[in-house]
Design a protein around this ligand. Structure first.
Ligand code: ATP
Ligand code: MG
Length: 585
């Protein structure tokens, strides 16, 4: 279920927890009916053959981003490493912001990253909204046991009586109403007899608890809003903190990994599950929650709300814009699943919040592609080079390795001829010191071709260089005996003008110019990099087949990919994924 690890996984505190639990047999007598359900479904079922169960629980209210990749790699990775199962669960308990489009995009992104949720013959793709009926029954059980009550205070009153970090909260006047009354009101809430915000179901815990999350948290609120899967069946929706432990327990999750901001919720998570187990609704052993630090990446925002704003306000062209930190955007930009998994592996897992530099992500891409990406030549800012002593109409074949690290990959061939495209920057009429490329009187090697001597240039009426002239030295062709008898300091790339393939090349850069675009109360939109994309018309090595999602290293320039949406072999559109070196240091 998991792609083979590229290296032996390094130990981390989550692995230690799992290994200790396995050694102690903490989940050894957990039963599993092959499908989620409460005690009535699980109690007589066979023992679970999955040694651990984890889950990745996205809310379908946006596309997955690089931060989610960390969580995906942890959850699916651990399940794969310890002969377990990892469920993909849509945490779709909030009807307002959720959509089918996001469900599809999330499934596609997790698959693309290389993971799947099957375990033996189990599909393990779940929707929290499928558990609404169980949640309702559990709520009734809590009420009957005196652990929950229907409150008639308004949301503002509930907030105002919750207290603060230093002051206790105050009990609701409805806190001690008889269970029968709460049960009847809950039924009316469900039946749609009450408007939004007029009633709420609350857990009865302790308004004096030092942990504010334990001060009678709300379990159900009324929302007369249609849901993308359950339509108008429900007008009460569970709060996340109530729904989440229940979802984990129904699915027989052993280890519930989440990010640190949920640490303060753990006592409530345990409270709910223990109450429901005591009341016979759930079987033990119960899931355990563990927290790890979320991924913060410099130059990137990962709040789904802010990403949505970038899309809606047109700062980018959609969720899969190659500048977006979404998995769909990174994919289009040319990141490979392997590079993202490598990045997550290098991040490790810890409990300390930190910010990772964006260059770490780029380096993972380079390290993944360097040994496997085929090399090609491209010219992004073309200037004509005329080899004045090379016959017109003639051409000959040059050879270059497909990948210098992999001799078995063989060679590629492309023509040399009288007129070539070179990078404008590779010629200077008046060179600065230590400039070793083309200038009048200097010799350079045309990589994989001949040594040429620059004889001058042609300028237009504005003084702009439009053509460079050179003469080639016939005995210097790369790969022929004695070709290196003429020593040169410069080595430049080129493509034959008559044979080159025209392409639109999109030179992407970071979306934000500020390493911490949304730190403090900064307006992240002000940190947008005005030069995050530059579109040029360039020339590619002949013979290149720009099928969507082909990756290459363009020599001297960086890693590039054929855009998966806009590119075709007839009309290549190429995205720059990353330069060869970090240009931001
Ligand atoms: P947002 O706050 O932007 O909406 P979220 O955390 O609410 O993001 P979910 O869809 O609820 O998004 O996240 C699914 C899972 O991914 C959760 O378990 C969450 O902890 C994890 N996750 C989200 N962002 C990160 C991150 N930056 N690093 C690691 N894990 C993350
Ligand atoms: Mg969330």
């Amino acid at each position: 279920m998991t792609p083979p690890a590229t290296t032996t996984p390094t130990s981390n505190f989550l692995r230690t927890i799992i290994e200790n639990d396995l050694a102690a047999g903490r989940h050894a007598d957990k039963r599993w009916a092959g499908r989620p359900g409460p005690a009535s479904v699980q109690k007589d079922a066979p023992l679970d053959t999955a040694r651990i169960r984890t889950r990745f629980p996205p809310e379908p209210n946006g596309y997955l981003h690089i931060g989610h990749a960390k969580s995906i790699c942890i959850n699916f990775g651990m399940a794969g490493d310890y002969e377990g199962a990892c469920h993909l669960r849509f945490d779709d308990t909030n009807p307002e912001k959720e959509e089918e489009e996001y469900v599809r995009a999330i499934i596609e992104a997790v698959k693309w990253l290389g993971f799947d949720w099957k375990y033996k013959n189990e599909e393990n793709l779940y929707f929290a909204s499928d558990y609404f009926e169980y949640m309702y029954e559990f709520a009734q059980s809590l009420i009957r046991a005196g652990d929950a009550y229907v409150d008639e205070q308004s949301p503002e009153e509930i907030r105002a009586t919750r207290g603060t970090l230093t002051e206790k909260g105050t009990n609701s006047p409805w806190r001690d109403r008889p269970a029968e009354e709460s049960l009847a009101l809950l039924a009316e809430m469900r039946a749609g007899k009450h408007p939004d915000g007029s009633l709420a179901l609350r857990a009865k815990i302790d308004m004096g608890s030092p942990n504010i999350n334990m001060r009678d948290p709300v379990l159900y609120r009324i929302r007369h809003t249609a849901h993308h899967r359950t339509g108008t069946d429900w007008c009460i929706y569970p709060m996340y903190t109530w729904a989440h432990p229940v979802e984990d327990a129904l699915e027989g999750i052993t280890h519930s990994f989440c990010t640190l901001e949920f640490e303060d919720q753990r006592p409530f998570y345990d409270w709910i599950l223990n109450k429901l187990a005591d009341q016979g609704q759930l079987c033990r052993p119960l899931p355990q929650q563990y927290e790890f630090a979320r991924l913060n990446l410099s130059y990137v925002v990962t709040s789904k709300r802010k990403l949505l704003q970038l899309v809606q306000e047109g700062h980018v062209h959609g969720w899969d814009d190659p500048r977006m930190p979404t998995l769909a955007g990174l994919r289009r930009r040319g990141y490979t699943p392997e590079s993202i998994r490598l990045f997550c592996e290098r991040l490790g897992v810890s409990k300390a919040d930190s910010r990772i530099d964006y260059s770490v992500l780029e380096q993972a891409l380079r390290d993944d592609l360097d040994p496997k990406a085929e090399r090609r030549v491209a010219v992004l800012d073309p200037l004509k080079l005329v080899i004045t002593n090379y016959p017109e109409g003639q051409s000959e074949v040059c050879q270059a390795p497909r990948n210098p690290h992999d001799p078995d990959a063989g060679k590629r061939e492309f023509p040399f001829s009288r007129e070539l495209w070179i990078e404008r920057d590779d010629f200077r009429e008046d060179p600065p010191k230590k400039y070793f490329r083309l200038f009048p009187g200097n010799t350079v090697r045309l990589k994989y071709g001949y040594v040429v001597k620059c004889t001058g240039c042609v300028k237009d009426e504005h003084g702009e260089v439009v053509e460079v002239h050179a003469e080639y030295l016939p005995d210097t062709k790369s790969g022929t005996p004695g070709s290196d008898s003429v020593k040169v300091k410069g080595n430049i790339t080129w493509v034959s003008a008559q044979h080159a393939v025209a392409a639109e090349i999109r030179l992407y850069d970071r979306l934000f110019a500020d390493p911490h675009p949304d730190a403090g109360d900064k307006n992240f939109l002000e940190a947008l990099n005005p030069n995050s994309v530059q579109i040029v018309q360039g020339w590619l090595e002949p013979g290149i087949v720009a099928a969507p999602e082909s990756h290459w290293q363009f020599e001297r320039l960086g890693y590039f990919v054929a855009d998966r949406i806009d590119s075709s072999p007839e009309r290549p559109v190429i995205n720059r994924t990353a330069t060869l070196r970090d240009s931001w240091v």
